[in-house]
Design a protein around this ligand. Structure first.
Ligand SMILES: [Zn+2]
Length: 265
């Protein structure tokens, strides 16, 4: 298991400053498209092995169009490790770059599991996405900007699902990892803080199974540790260990993270 990269105090302060600026940002510049201010275009992601990917047809749950997107071949995935935030590493491919398909017709975007879930207020969703039509183009063969676009569009669509907080937490956590892969530490921390907030709300208001509760408690504890909030990290890591029917492997990881957190107190 890799240890968490410990961000410097300066980087944590910068991320907090970006967050407050984003939250109070004026009406968006057209050139920003779907991105928040301070998102830099033109990042480069690590190369993938094209033989690990295939083209799959999906039906858009928002507009009904059929379209093709690129996905990893599950049968060929070879796991090479797991980070302390439960991120799984695979040989030759990074599934999170392909985890959010985007409909090229209406710009609906959501993880595959959400394509089967009921959507609220479809007309309003269509109106929200129409705003971004002139600003965003979608292509199946993704570069870093396309990957970021898919996540930011999904964050526009998440409000139309009942369990928005958990979906937002999931999307922001993966955005943080993509920024990390691009070497953009400030935006990685900004996204991590967003995931941290969304998961804390989701943890208290969503109906979660024991397994989801345990993984969410662990995720919050791990994020708190990365963000230097060690008291809260301890609280959620202890919570992870207490959850009935939880997985022994995650309890063990919580013990390892507690060791790290205790060394900081
Ligand atoms: Zn669509």
């Amino acid at each position: 298991m890799n240890n968490a990269n410990e961000p410097s105090r300066r980087a944590l302060l910068d991320a907090a400053a970006i967050e407050s600026l984003v939250d109070t940002a004026p009406v968006r510049d057209k050139a920003l498209g779907v991105f928040p201010p301070w998102h830099k275009r033109g990042h480069v992601l690590p190369a993938e092995d094209p033989s690990m990917l295939y083209s799959r047809e999906l039906t858009c749950p928002a507009c009904g169009s059929a379209y093709r997107c690129t996905m990893p071949r599950e049968s060929k995935l070879v796991k090479t490790g797991e980070d302390s935030d439960l991120r799984q590493r695979y040989k030759g491919v990074e599934p999170i770059y392909h985890a959010v398909p985007v409909c090229p017709d209406c710009l609906f975007a959501a993880p595959l599991a959400y394509h089967q879930k009921p959507l609220k207020h479809r007309d309003e969703l269509a109106g929200t996405l129409a705003h971004y039509r002139p600003l965003v183009s979608v292509k199946a063969d993704r570069d870093a900007d396309d990957v970021f676009t898919s996540y930011y569009l999904a964050l526009k669509c998440s409000a139309f699902y009942p369990d928005r907080e958990m979906l937002d937490g999931w999307l922001w956590q993966r955005l943080s990892r993509v920024y990390d892969d691009c070497g953009d530490l400030n935006m990685s921390l900004f996204a991590l803080r967003k995931a941290y907030k969304a998961y804390q709300t989701g943890f208290s208001v969503s109906e979660l199974s024991s397994a989801q509760l345990q993984r969410t408690a662990y995720a919050i504890g791990d994020m708190a540790a990365r963000l230097g909030e060690y008291d809260k990290a301890r609280r959620f890591l202890f919570e992870t260990k207490k959850i009935r029917d939880g997985a022994a492997a995650i309890r063990d990881m919580a013990d390892q993270r507690l060791e790290y957190v205790n060394s900081k107190l």
